[in-house]
Design a binder for this molecule. Structure first.
Ligand SMILES: NC(=O)c1ccc[n+]([C@@H]2O[C@H](COP(=O)([O-])OP(=O)(O)OC[C@H]3O[C@@H](n4cnc5c(N)ncnc54)[C@H](O)[C@@H]3O)[C@@H](O)[C@H]2O)c1
Length: 306
């Protein structure tokens, strides 16, 4: 089997490329290194420094004809999407359309798309399931949602198979302190540098934090399962930012302080994804609870090379 991972030099994409290569699958990686790091591309994967919006990306897919494409590359910074919606859309919507068109032309057997809980906006629902309406409150939320519709139409027009995985807040080693869901990476980074942790609002906002290795195993499960489905990849457990800080205090024994500041535009108050559909359709469940995942991230990030 031949796989292509867009964004494979990034946080989630590099873990996924590594897992695919470990299974003996030939892995090509496309990444323009806008936020990624070429050192994260695993040994054995074939890396192409290519932009997903380029003609080169299309030619590469036509030449290599991968069986499966995991589309992870994206502009992932919510605040940047608010500041520059045109740029965000050019990568997340136009760039994805470019990749999908190439996949249809190259008769790729399946596309697994990394979508986001950001499509829901602020629904004020304690546990969101896949039937809740998408109501984005940031341009990033729109630009992650639009490709889901493109996938459905690409399927109708050209028979392109797909699975849409809507990730909760992913964390783990190699996550940059920038970008969506980066609060764990930001906090670890500030703790390491002896800086206080900034919390926007009262800290009672909740998130569904899912460990990157669990996100990888959901992607692997989607190779054979979940065709034409939208499926949540989360833990179904909400955690407040204050609870997260409490766990970090248990893991990092030295003292650090916390500063509460104003809420930010586009931020969601509560977000937790029901993963029952992933359990039944992908035969998947997360293996890490938050404390285990944080502990492993903390230990592994002491060694910068992981
Ligand atoms: N991290 C999360 O919590 C989270 C949550 C929900 C969804 N997602 C989605 O998961 C995917 C991976 O996110 P991540 O957290 O690993 O982010 P990341 O920034 O670490 O990875 C994205 C990768 O895409 C690359 N990239 C960006 N624009 C590109 C372009 N035009 N051409 C080629 N490569 C490009 C970057 O260089 C980077 O390596 C994204 O699609 C994101 O929207 C992430």
């Amino acid at each position: 089997m031949k796989a292509l991972v867009t964004g494979g030099a990034g946080f989630i994409g590099s873990h996924l490329a590594e897992a695919l290569a470990a299974k003996g699958i030939t892995v090509h990686v496309i990444d323009n290194l806008s936020t990624g790091n070429s050192q994260y591309v695993p040994d054995g994967a074939i890396w192409h420094q290519v932009d997903i919006i380029s003609k080169e990306a299309e030619q590469l897919i036509l030449r290599e004809r991968p069986d499966i494409v995991f589309h992870q590359a994206a502009q992932v910074d919510v605040q940047r999407s608010v500041a520059d919606p045109g740029y965000d859309a050019s990568i997340n919507i136009a760039g994805t359309a470019n990749i999908l068109q190439a996949c249809a032309k190259a008769s790729v057997k399946k596309v697994v798309y990394a979508s986001s809980c950001a499509v829901y906006g602020d629904l004020n629902v304690s546990l969101i399931d896949e039937n809740h309406p998408a109501q984005p409150i940031s341009f990033y939320g729109i630009s992650k949602w639009a490709p889901e519709l493109y996938l459905q139409v690409f399927h109708q027009l050209y028979g392109l198979k797909y699975t849409i995985l809507r990730y909760a807040n992913v964390y783990g080693p190699r996550q940059t302190p920038k970008g969506e869901g980066g609060v764990v990476a930001i906090f670890f980074d500030r703790i390491k540098r002896g800086l206080p942790l900034n919390i926007f609002g009262d800290g009672e906002q909740t998130r569904d934090f899912v460990y990157v290795k669990d996100v990888v195993s959901a992607n692997l499960a989607a190779i054979e399962r979940g065709d034409r489905q939208i499926i949540h990849v989360g833990t179904s457990v909400p955690t407040s930012i204050n609870e997260l800080v409490f766990m970090l205090r248990k893991i990092h024994h030295e003292k650090f302080s916390v500063v509460y500041t104003h809420e930010r535009a586009g931020d969601i108050k509560h977000s937790c994804l029901n993963h029952a559909k992933a359990v039944s359709l992908l035969n998947w469940k997360p293996l890490y609870d938050l404390f285990q995942g944080l502990y492993e991230t903390y230990q592994l990030s002491k060694d910068e090379s992981v």
